[in-house]
Design a binder for this molecule. Structure first.
Ligand SMILES: [Zn+2]
Length: 54
């Protein structure tokens, strides 16, 4: 018997961490996923949360 129930598609590709320049502060940072273009410092600090109007 061939049991293939354990064969699940490997969907998580390994994204190679790349160094990019932050769009905000132009500092180099390590992008951990393809869409990340702003360094964590900017993300946490600046008006990155524009949705939340203080
Ligand atoms: Zn930044």
């Amino acid at each position: 018997m061939s049991d293939q129930s354990n064969t699940k598609p490997v969907s998580d590709r390994v994204y190679e961490k790349k160094k990019r320049n932050c769009l905000k502060c132009r500092e180099k940072f390590v992008s951990e996923w393809p869409g990340e273009r702003i360094c964590k410092t900017c993300k946490s600090s600046t008006a990155w949360r524009e949705g939340i109007a203080a």
